[in-house]
Design a protein around this ligand. Structure first.
Ligand code: NDP
Length: 273
């Protein structure tokens, strides 16, 4: 029988997940169907239960339900517990397993696809929201020389520093504290790629040969990437690889077989100009 999977969110029409997972299923010879489910903002848990009752095996979860997905889980895995949010669920009888693959998707994209090992590098993440929370431990596990979180509301970044103390050495603060600091990898994990705003970054925040990575995808040259380019950065990337790599992690978790990601990334890539 064909196994059922879906991505759930509100809205959901923009999601690339059905395309990505259908391509994975085809290339891995898996008998599965993957659709998009739109749940009303207050009806997440009911929509999940109805999906499970119809035979659903697993869900990807996107905005605004990642925290609710974590709260609904009977068995949150470490990645979801650390992020306080889940982006993938697996159903087995009464049990709901939860994972957060956003961070490992980011790390796999930077290290495997872009060929930049994070060990020993100076890494800056701009933003202190859900995407940053999910990324912190996977980045820290690669043993960068330094990991800094800068956020518009500096208190949130400082809060992350306190919360992750003992598990990861990271420094949190406002953009003003970046003066005189240089980083090998600068990641934009704010939503400014969606609102088309620039960040108050010092021009010399990018070390020679730095990577500028915007988590948003499909938007071409975002204000952040344009800032980096005008500061002389030549290694620019958006979050399309992160999106496909987190999907590959979920697929592997559900199906026990790892799909190749290159062709799907190429298919979804929008030129950065
Ligand atoms: P959140 O809403 O949780 O966090 C948003 C962050 O952006 C906050 O730190 C907020 O700062 C900051 N911010 C918003 N507006 C501004 C501004 N004008 N100037 C400076 N900072 C600003 O979002 P997420 O963490 O969930 O997502 C962040 C980005 O990552 C989005 O673009 C999302 O699309 C992308 N993403 C990509 C994924 C992928 O697979 N490629 C996966 C997950 C996310 P403050 O705290 O001060 O409000």
């Amino acid at each position: 029988m064909t196994d059922l999977y879906a991505v759930i969110g509100h809205p959901i029409g923009h999601s690339k997940s059905p395309l990505i997972h259908s391509a994975f299923a085809q290339s891995c010879g898996q008998d599965m169907a993957y659709t998009a489910l739109e749940a009303p903002p207050t009806g997440f848990a009911d929509a999940v239960r109805a999906f499970v009752a119809s035979g659903g095996k697993g869900l990807n979860v996107t905005l605004p339900f990642k925290v609710q997905a974590f709260e609904l889980a009977t068995d949150p895995m470490e990645s979801a517990r650390l992020a306080g949010a889940a982006n993938a669920l697996k159903f087995e009888g009464e049990r709901i397993w939860a994972q957060n693959f956003d961070g490992i998707g980011l790390v796999n994209d930077i290290q495997r696809n872009l060929g930049i090992p994070l060990q020993g590098l100076r890494v800056l993440i701009c933003g202190a929201g859900g995407a940053t929370r999910g990324a912190l431990m996977p980045i820290a596990d690669q043993q960068p020389d330094c990991l800094m979180v800068a956020n518009r509301s500096a208190d949130k970044a400082v809060g992350l520093q306190r919360e992750f103390a003992g598990r990861a050495t990271l420094q949190g603060g406002g953009y003003g504290e970046l003066a005189g600091e240089r980083f090998d990898v600068v990641i934009n994990a704010t939503s400014t790629g969606l609102s088309n705003e620039a960040l108050p970054l010092p021009e010399d925040v990018f070390a020679p040969g730095a990577l500028a990575y915007d988590m948003v995808y499909g938007k071409g040259l975002t204000p952040f990437l344009a800032q980096a380019k005008s500061a002389g950065v030549t290694r620019l990337a958006d979050g399309v690889g992160m999106l496909v790599e987190q999907a590959a992690e979920a697929f592997t978790w559900w199906r026990g077989i790892r799909p190749d990601t290159r062709a799907v990334i190429d298919q979804l890539t929008v030129p950065l100009r």
